[in-house]
Write a protein of this length. Structure first.
Length: 303
């Protein structure tokens, strides 16, 4: 079992997706296999199933598990949707190998597929695709639903040029994000300790590029489910935090100081779960406030 106390997460994540081929990957595999995560993965898959049914899409043809890791959620998704084809994307060879072994033990047909062929008509029901994320060269507009669970994608410095070319330098986004990064909470107690506005700006713009990548995979009218660590229900977050979240997600429809950016998702619903999975965050931050909370699932429709 990997000891999180011996891992320098900040240094490790400078390797981008390759960090998960190191001790970070062993740590994540151990975390994802514990009881709290298994319960969470089943609850998330059940939520996805219920929401798709409520939207009149109970039998999706194509699902995407974005950054699938070692496959615990992927297995839960495959159990819930036995007729769907699932594209499992991840940058780590080690994680995908573990996912393949797990799926084989549970009786699900899977196999490695090249990125450009991941939505081909012929191929295994579950396609294990090793690719850097985000990747805008993947086939576009194919997925009925894209699910991104417990996001922890940190671009390596060498990845910045790719982010710049795919939205990080979008003129409208830059203007609005600059304002959002500089705004401060009405109540100082609500202010998140994120460092200076430049760090806030970088985080918001980076996450928005990832949301563009999710939308790239969705067909128009398709669903996106994003599962975030959280200390409270989404509706209990400060107004500024909610606005920043909608901007990142591509779902901010109202202007901020007369500035608007492209909307590519419509926010639909959210559900909060208390869970010990929040300790994933504590292991990285060592902040006692990250010992309590859980996660919430946000649902969006691609427009």
């Amino acid at each position: 079992m990997a000891d999180h106390r011996k891992i320098d997460f900040e240094k490790a994540f400078l390797k981008g997706h390759k960090s998960y081929d190191t001790a970070v990957g062993d740590w994540w595999h151990d975390q994802a296999s514990n009881g709290a995560h298994r319960k969470a993965y089943d609850a998330i898959a059940a939520f996805v199933q219920a929401q798709l049914k409520a939207r009149g899409k109970p039998n999706p043809k194509w699902l995407v598990d974005y950054a699938c890791g070692s496959g615990l959620f992927l297995q839960a998704l495959a159990d819930r949707f036995p007729k769907a084809r699932i594209v499992a994307l991840d940058g780590s060879r080690k994680m995908l190998e573990r996912a393949g072994l797990r799926l084989a033990k549970s009786g699900h047909a899977s196999g490695p597929v090249q990125a450009k062929h991941c939505f081909d008509a012929k191929g295994p029901r579950i396609r294990l695709v090793q690719t850097s994320l985000p990747n805008f060269s993947l086939p576009a507009g194919k997925a009925d639903a894209v699910i991104f669970v417990f996001p922890n994608l940190t671009p390596a410095p060498a990845d910045q040029d790719y982010y710049d070319k795919h939205g990080y330098k979008n003129r409208d986004d830059v203007k609005l994000c600059t304002v959002l990064a500089r705004l401060r909470e009405m109540d100082p107690e609500d202010e998140v300790a994120v460092g200076n506005p430049k760090e806030m700006y970088d985080g918001l713009m980076t996450d928005r590029v990832i949301s563009r990548s999710l939308r790239h995979l969705n067909k128009r009218g398709g669903s996106c489910f994003k599962v975030d660590y959280a200390n409270a229900h989404r509706d209990e977050l400060s107004h500024l935090t909610q606005i920043r979240s909608l901007f990142v997600e591509g779902a901010l429809e109202e202007p901020v100081k007369e500035l608007k950016s492209q909307v590519f998702y419509r926010y639909q619903a959210n559900k909060f779960y208390r869970s010990q999975v929040i300790l994933d965050v504590y292991h990285q931050t060592k902040d006692p406030s990250d010992k309590t909370g859980g996660y919430f699932i946000s649902e969006f429709t691609a427009i």
